[in-house]
Design a binder for this molecule. Structure first.
Ligand code: AMP
Length: 363
């Protein structure tokens, strides 16, 4: 057997860890995962150490066996990452993950870099909520719209305080942005500081959960495409990030406003598996192991539809030309992402027809 190119440790063995490990196979990159939940998706393609993220024996194994350690979720203990980083390269660094764990720190970073974001403050700093309405979000740990409360215009101090208390106190209050649509941009930055940026994509949410991504974002002007790329590259440079970075954005007219960053592979980048010259998963592994980054150009118009709660009949999903089904091997539960379907077309019209067909099957 040939020697592996590298052994990569991953904190987190969900679908992102699974797709990372899968992308490593052709490169000869072996992945070892720490995952607290037994039977997690990554087990199909990676060695899984079933342990909590602060389990000393599991961390020691990762440090001993891996050339580099990365994450698939940002909500991992910073102490564990710091312990690992003293022994083995960790990308993204514990400092970057700490920023991504805290919505307030994240927004302050946007402001420091001149990246526009919704008005925000700690709830206790406000005498009243914002005119357009206020969203109170947990600073740490919320995802898919969970851990958020939406208040009407000029919410009172007591309403802000009550919302914050319901989430355990540590919150950020944001002005509601009446955006035209939601976009995101995914980039990768290598060990040598070179960056490669996928095009802007459009994300369609329902109930705070991403339902569909359309890539590249339809009708995005050249200046907006350039601005999205510039924003994510500025952030990656400033954070000295190695690996993939996703930036979620609101489009307001021709302006882009940053909502959230994720220093990891991202749901809105799943289309790259079939739709781009190099998938975000391969790109992340290339970046963290010091290999040259791959080309990011879209091969053809693509769309991704998340499978949420209920699995489609595989043969039905695949009956749509250009469709590819990704099942995560997770038990079906309401509001749980259990797979996705990517669909491609030779042009946008064909892609959109096929997307409508997939949507009709997945619901
Ligand atoms: P988040 O957890 O910050 O990604 O928020 C989940 C979803 O809530 C976003 O994708 C938006 O649809 C919506 N949202 C979050 N923040 C704002 C905001 N400041 N104004 C309007 N909508 C928002």
């Amino acid at each position: 057997m040939t020697e592996p190119t590298a052994t990569v440790g991953i904190l987190g063995g969900g679908q992102l860890g699974r797709m990372l490990a899968l992308a490593g196979v052709p490169l000869g990159i072996r992945c070892v995962v720490i995952e607290p939940t037994p039977g997690a998706p990554a087990g199909a393609v990676a060695e899984v150490l079933t342990a909590s993220y602060d389990d000393q024996r599991a961390l020691e194994q990762l440090a001993r066996r891996c050339d580099v350690v990365t994450i698939e979720v940002e909500h991992v203990p910073i102490d564990s990452l710091a312990w690992l980083a003293a022994r083995v390269p960790v990308h993204p660094s514990p400092e970057v993950v700490a920023v991504a764990q805290d919505r307030l720190a994240e927004k302050r970073r946007f402001v420091a870099l001149g990246i526009e974001t919704a008005p925000f403050a700690a709830p206790e700093e406000l005498d009243a909520g914002y005119e357009a309405g206020t969203i109170v979000k947990r600073r740490t740990g919320g995802f898919d719209g969970r851990g958020q409360a939406r208040l009407g215009p000029h919410a009172s101090r007591s309403a802000l305080a009550a919302a914050a208390t319901s989430f355990g106190g540590r919150c950020v209050a944001e002005g509601v942005v009446s955006f035209d649509r939601e976009l995101s941009v995914v980039a990768a930055r290598g060990l040598d500081g070179t960056a490669a940026c996928y095009p802007l994509v459009e994300n369609r949410h329902r109930d705070g959960i991403l339902r569909e991504t359309v890539a590249p974002a339809p009708d995005a002007s050249a200046s907006m495409l350039a601005e999205g790329a510039a924003m994510v590259c500025r952030l990656a440079d400033d954070l000295d990030l190695v690996g993939v970075l996703a930036l979620e954005l609101f489009q307001v007219g021709e302006r882009l406003m940053a909502n959230e960053l994720a220093p990891r592979v991202h749901n809105s980048g799943h289309w790259t598996i079939e739709g781009a010259a190099t998938s975000q998963f391969e790109q992340h592994l290339r970046a963290v192991t010091g290999l040259p980054l791959g080309e990011v150009g879209p091969i053809w118009p693509s769309a991704m539809v998340n499978v949420i709660g209920v699995e489609p009949e595989p043969a039905r999903a695949l009956s749509v030309p250009g469709a590819h089904l990704h099942r995560y091997g997770k038990a079906a539960r309401p509001d749980r992402k259990i797979g996705h379907v990517t669909v491609t077309g030779r042009d946008e019209r064909e892609r959109d027809e096929r997307l409508a067909a997939v949507r009709a099957i997945i619901g």
